[in-house]
Design a binder for this molecule. Structure first.
Ligand code: PLP
Length: 385
């Protein structure tokens, strides 16, 4: 490998300057091997033993993410959920944990369900209210504060730096789900977080063809060793082919996310003026509650995710999603194709998401086509109602 350049766009695009010593190939190989040769002296001089712990296919994507997040180490998991749950499984029974009220729904269900059955004391707060986080912290008892910002699907924004300071004063670690912001827009470790998590299923891979998760640590400390042990022992690792696809997806991360931010901003502004839209939720809009904090902690854009609240309520929202053509009616986010989803019907009755909300993941299509398609769907749904 050649010396690595330092600007993030170059790091993401360059696969760390990989070139194959034997062939001169510029594209990294896939290593499907599950096991590695033991040396005649019975050691493992090359440092790899068995693929549940070691896989050279992980090196480029893991190191690329480590550099983009300005961390010390990255682990690749079989999914975002495998990554997020590993952080909680590294805690001790009885530990107090603070989580946001608005967060990815399946993880909220897990932290308030199985995690509590294993003895964690989990408390939900409005993390966008720093005073509420301060009041919820129990110095010496709270071991972890978990954040997600902007938080799916209301795009609630939390001040990472402020919460990091409070968490550390209380003796707690801070972990941030930064799936929606991506390292293009926010680097939580620079703002004081200890761990940053991604569902790499979304923007990091970006092509809706890999389920993956990542954790990056600010330091290789004892807590990080525990998380690594959870992964190695439980085996929630990424497959070799998925890791290879992830490094390929990472190479276009900056171009994709910047396009998606610009398109989402255009759509947020144009949809705000649409007669059938009651409200647009997007951190880039000056009237949005978290806009001030987002302007400080997100650099270069406000992300590719927004939600709209449709006039006419739940049925009008569902009917709108039924009439789109360019948008695809599907769950997930962060891919090249734009997705629209009625969240309340997937999240169920415990969800804080209103029934009239449609979540929009903006892809790489023409923003004009996306606006016209959604505009006609909103109009048709309103005539139906
Ligand atoms: N975090 C966020 C913000 C998500 O949107 C998702 C999935 O939608 C996850 C975590 C879970 O990731 P995965 O589906 O890769 O397990």
């Amino acid at each position: 490998m050649t010396d690595r350049p330092h600007r993030p766009e170059t790091i993401a695009a360059g696969a760390l300057g990989f070139e194959d010593a034997a062939s001169g190939a510029v594209i990294p190989p896939i290593h499907p091997s599950t096991t590695y040769i033991r040396d005649p002296d019975n050691g493992y001089d090359r440092g790899r033993v068995y693929a549940r712990a070691d896989n050279p296919t992980f090196d480029i994507p893991a190191r690329t993410i480590t550099e983009l997040e300005k961390g010390a180490d990255t682990l690749l998991f079989a999914s975002g959920m495998a990554a997020a749950t590993a952080v909680f499984q590294a805690l001790d029974p009885g530990d107090h944990v603070i989580v946001p009220d608005v967060m990815y729904w399946a993880f909220r269900n897990w932290v308030h369900g199985p995690a509590t059955r294993w003895g964690l004391r989990v408390e939900g707060v409005d993390s966008s209210d720093t005073d509420a986080v301060r009041a919820a912290l129990r110095p010496g008892e709270t071991r972890l504060v978990w954040l997600e910002t902007p938080a799916n699907p209301l795009w609630t924004v939390t001040d990472i730096a402020a919460v990091a300071e409070l968490a550390h004063e209380a003796g707690a670690w801070l972990a941030v789900d930064s799936t929606v912001a991506t390292p293009v827009l926010t680097r939580p470790l620079e703002l004081g977080a200890d761990i940053v998590m991604h569902s790499a299923t979304k923007y990091l891979n970006g092509h809706s063809d890999v389920v993956a998760g990542t954790l990056t640590a600010a330091r290789k400390d004892e807590f990080w060793s525990r998380i690594k042990a959870v992964q190695t022992q439980q085996g929630g690792i990424l497959g070799s082919f998925e890791a290879w696809l992830l490094q390929r997806g990472l190479r276009t991360l900056f171009a994709r996310v910047r396009w998606q931010c610009a398109a989402a901003m255009t759509l947020a502004e144009r949809l705000s003026a649409h007669p059938q839209v009651a409200e647009v939720l997007y951190p880039g809009l000056p009237g949005f509650r978290g806009h001030g904090i987002a302007s400080r902690q997100m650099t270069g854009g406000f992300g590719g995710m927004l939600s709209i609240r449709v006039k006419g309520g739940t049925q009008a929202a569902i009917d709108t999603a039924a009439h789109v053509g360019v948008w695809r009616r599907a769950t997930s986010l962060g891919g090249v194709e734009s997705l629209i989803e009625h969240r309340a019907s997937i999240e169920g009755p415990t969800s804080p998401v209103p029934g009239d909300l449609l979540r929009l993941s903006v892809g790489l299509e023409s923003p004009d086509d996306l606006f016209e398609d959604l505009g006609q769907a909103l109009n048709r749904a309103s005539r139906q109602g």
